[in-house]
Design a protein around this ligand. Structure first.
Ligand code: ZN
Ligand code: ZN
Length: 259
């Protein structure tokens, strides 16, 4: 299983990175893109055929989903539109409506996505299986609720050979993200600010908290992401290192890891 960072800038796109987006590739199945914030579709074109990708959304904040309407344009009108068919688009409840509103041509209208996407939602379908040509499960995905203002999920991805990648999504520190990440080979974890008293509860984690999740979950490697342009990534990394003694990487565009 390979993880490629498409975008990792927290909350908004930044001067050196699109907003959130990650490509996961497993042999035998179509590419999977997790989150699709502004700028991610451009980066995706450098690494995969965008029309082939299944799209998984952690939540519907703008920085995680607003390039999906652009992908819809590519799938519906682009050079491969005749053969593009439908691909999975999985997200929180309301995904079809929210993306449909963003893609609509008039105020009050909702674009019907069903010509290009097969939409399902984590609240109804919290587990997905991507099967290869031999009908074997090549990639298993489990979504778990995390602590963030809208309906939000972290994702646990397991390859056929048992390797595990966990993506925290956007979340505050707590048991739900620790449980989801338990024993992961790689934890791709948000760390949106440095630690201080007075941050609003139930939104994001500091570097210290991300490190604490990695320790409690016993993960093999920690990749810090969703750091906004106004936050010093090295300060966030240094915080995490006060808790977690394993390898810590900072996400950056085009970073590619074998899980
Ligand atoms: Zn975000
Ligand atoms: Zn968010």
């Amino acid at each position: 299983m390979f993880l490629t960072v498409l975008g990792c800038s927290g909350s908004i796109g930044g001067p050196t990175s699109p907003a959130s987006g990650y490509l996961v590739e497993v042999e035998g199945v179509a590419p999977v893109v997790i989150d699709m914030g502004p700028g991610v579709l451009g980066a995706l074109q450098r690494h995969a055929v965008p029309e082939d990708a299944a799209i998984l959304l952690s939540h519907l904040h703008a920085d995680h989903c607003l390039d999906v309407p652009s992908l819809l344009v590519l799938r519906r009108y682009g050079p491969h539109s005749a053969t593009a068919g439908r691909v999975p688009l999985v997200g929180p409840s309301g995904t079809a409506y929210r993306i449909g509103v963003a893609s609509a041509e008039e105020p009050g209208a909702v674009d019907d996505l069903s010509d290009t996407f097969e939409v399902s939602t984590w609240d109804v379908t919290p587990e997905l299986k991507f099967r290869d040509d031999d009908d074997e499960v090549a990639l298993h995905v489990r979504a778990g609720r995390v602590d963030h203002p809208p309906e939000s999920y972290g994702l646990r991805l397991t390859s056929a050979d048992g390797r595990v990648l966990v993506y925290s999504g956007d979340t505050a520190y707590g048991d739900s993200v620790v449980d989801l990440a338990t024993g992961a080979d790689v934890l791709l974890c948000e760390a949106s600010w440095t630690h201080r008293e007075g941050h609003p509860p139930g939104i994001h984690m500091s570097g210290i908290e991300a490190g604490r999740v990695a320790v409690r979950a016993g993960v093999g490697r920690l990749v810090l992401t969703h750091i906004p342009p106004w936050t010093d990534p090295e300060a966030v990394r240094a915080e995490a290192a006060t808790e977690y003694t394993g390898e810590i990487l900072l996400a950056e565009p085009a970073l590619r890891l074998e899980i």
